[in-house]
Write a protein that binds this ligand. Structure first.
Ligand code: NAP
Length: 259
């Protein structure tokens, strides 16, 4: 078992890293020398993600559903047992179902809060002793511009992402200069399965083709186009490496800024 002190940059745990933004973050952290633990529910997709990472990378794959209350503790224990205590935690796992408010049921809200607030909260608590002990440790939450402003047809998701941003602000205030550094990263629409699913649903309603729907969603970003997963990963790597002052990073700007 390696420790963060004696084996390069150390260990990074990235949730929801079987595809999309999480896999791009895992790839960048591997390239930066980290040993990575990647999680998702679907073990087959995790195995595909492992194949997409360099063969000589040190990777631990953990299949778990983060809406289950005991999953964060189990994941953390497995990471410590296989790779060692993490220096970097990236709470990225998420889903973004879209629904009119009057059709949104309590289970939708419970799932959104469990995935975007409770699981990050519990993982941060479980990882805190490791993060406290490691030099230049860092916890990055992948929030969203839906954590900063209101979007229609996403009441549960938007409420949960606001909760995630609030959690980060509270921890940054509580920890002050003590490690870990806590960040929330807020992209607009990113070209991943979440967005492609939304475009598929819009196209199924008949008013737009899939490509038109993707373009329209990208056009809702202030930057006027869809983000790419690699851009989010680059922002996370910058935070991990440089540890700038600030907490909530709005990426949907010509020049990303803390807000
Ligand atoms: N795409 C966007 O436009 C966008 C914009 C702003 C913020 N974000 C945020 O970015 C994060 C990553 O999203 P993405 O766009 O990369 O989506 P994605 O391609 O759909 O990837 C989501 C990842 O989360 C995992 N996941 C989903 N539900 C889970 C659960 N209950 N337990 C454990 N893992 C779970 C998925 O694997 P399994 O399905 O196998 O579990 C997958 O690895 C999310 O938090 C999302 O809210 C996305």
């Amino acid at each position: 078992m390696a420790s963060s002190d004696d084996s390069g940059p150390g260990v990074a745990l990235i949730t929801g890293a079987s595809r999309g933004i999480g896999l791009a973050i895992a790839a960048d952290l591997v390239a930066a020398g980290f040993q990575v633990a990647i999680t998702a529910r679907d073990a087959d997709r995790l195995a595909q993600a492992r194949q997409a990472l360099p063969p000589d990378a040190v990777v631990s794959s953990i299949a778990a559903d983060l809406t289950e209350p005991d999953a964060p503790q189990r994941i953390l224990e497995q990471v410590v047992a296989t790779l060692g205590p993490p220096r970097v935690l990236v709470n990225n796992a998420g889903s973004a179902p879209s629904e009119r408010f009057d059709k949104t049921v309590l289970a939708d809200l419970d799932t959104a809060l469990a995935l975007h607030v409770r699981a990050p909260f519990l993982l941060l608590q479980a990882a805190l002793p490791s993060l406290r002990a490691a030099p230049r440790s860092c916890a990055v939450q992948i929030a969203s511009t839906a954590g900063l402003t209101g979007f229609p047809f996403t009441s549960a998701y938007t409420a949960a992402k606001h909760g995630m941003v609030g959690l980060c602000r509270a921890l940054a205030a509580e920890f002050g200069s003590k490690p870990p550094r806590v960040y929330a990263v807020c992209p607009g629409f990113v070209d991943t399965e979440i967005t492609r699913q939304a475009a598929t649903e819009i196209a199924a309603r008949g008013s737009k083709t899939f490509d038109e729907a993707m373009e329209a969603l990208g056009g809702m970003n202030r930057i006027g186009r869809m983000h790419r997963p690699a851009e989010i990963a680059a922002a996370v790597l910058h935070l991990v490496r440089e540890q700038p002052e600030g907490c909530v990073l709005d990426l949907d700007r010509k020049v990303p800024a803390f807000v």
